[in-house]
Design a protein around this ligand. Structure first.
Ligand code: SF4
Ligand code: SF4
Length: 125
């Protein structure tokens, strides 16, 4: 088949194909399975072993002791590469990956997020 003929065939085929892209931000129907977004830290389950810190390739997570069996995590969303290694390394399944991806902030300080009660997080003050 000649090149113009091949192009015409591809054009006609593409008219009937489902688009490969989504209509974001109008359509927010969710991310595909396996997507790695913002981390979540369930503070009450943490034992402070710091395996997550040890294995993080970008030094994006810091675990701090607050008191007896009480820990908080600071995650630098600007340094995190969303690899999920900390989730795999944690022996207590304290860390989870969520599908949250709209993380851009004008102030870089807002990307240092402190988790200290399991479900809520707050930018570093
Ligand atoms: S690896 Fe898990 S249990 Fe250990 S400090 Fe990190 S979050 Fe806590
Ligand atoms: S997802 Fe990867 S880069 Fe981000 S804190 Fe965990 S180990 Fe570090």
């Amino acid at each position: 088949m000649s090149r113009p003929g091949k192009i015409a065939r591809l054009l006609i085929q593409s008219l009937f194909k489902k688009p490969a892209t989504g209509n974001y931000p109008v359509d927010r129907s969710g991310m595909p399975e396996g997507f790695r977004g913002k981390l979540k830290f369930n503070a009450g389950m943490c034992i402070g072993c710091k395996m997550c810190m040890r294995d993080c390739p970008s030094e994006a997570i810091e675990i701090r002791k607050l008191g007896e069996k009480q820990f908080e995590a600071q995650i630098n969303l600007a340094k995190c590469i969303y690899c999920g290694q900390c989730v795999d390394s944690c022996p207590k399944k304290v860390l989870e990956i969520t599908a949250e991806f709209e993380l851009a902030r004008l102030d870089p300080a807002q990307l240092k997020v402190i988790f200290n009660d399991g479900n809520k997080d707050s930018p570093k003050g």
